[in-house]
Design a protein around this ligand. Sequence first.
Ligand code: ADE
Length: 232
Amino acid sequence: MRIDIITIFPDYLAPLGLSLVGKARDQGLLDIRVHDLRDSTHDRHRTVDDEPYGGGPGMVMRPEPWGEALDAVLAQHPDPLLVIPTPSGMPFTQSLATQWSRRPGMVIACGRYEGIDARVADEYAGRAEVVPVSLGDYVLAGGEVAALAIVEAVTRLMPGVVGNEASVTDDSFAPGAMEGLVEGPVYTRPPEWRGHVVPDVLLSGDHGRIAAWRREQAERRTGAMRPELLEG
Ligand code: ADE
């Protein structure tokens, strides 16, 4: 999979050299390229922002640098997907991560300040699938942290990236037996730690009882933490 990330803070994406994603890149499963948006400016100060039309606080990212950067990068994607992290986007979900893990690649445009001039998304809507996505109902300082989350969520679903395939199929929110539920508690050795014991059923070796117990725990935890998930 080919992933291009455009940002004014390329160093923010350094963690993509670590862990599962870093290993997948070393193995050639993933080609991630990070681009500095300021390389697509042509003034002495490498300006990427300006005051908002209509007034108001903060600054807006100018369309010209984005146009130059995106023209160059999107031309290298045969089936272009342009992801724009923003708190006003659609919720980024496990379902989107799964769909995107089957694509040949994506381009992530990381905005800062009050966001990117809206004409940029309009311009590329004819040439790419443009998807504004939000990580959640809170405001980050920019799209970089969201890009890290999106890359990790998508790439761990690619075949060969996570060692144990079942650890992906059993995820919270994954389709299957536990669909629509968050995962319940998990335990490892020792059987007793600081007076806290591992539930007996997990030591029983009875796979039917264990599966039923895990299902019940997942339902209980979903009810406590995410009651809205049980309403559907
Ligand atoms: N940029 C700023 N806040 C964000 C959020 N909640 N999700 C995605 N991108 C963002």
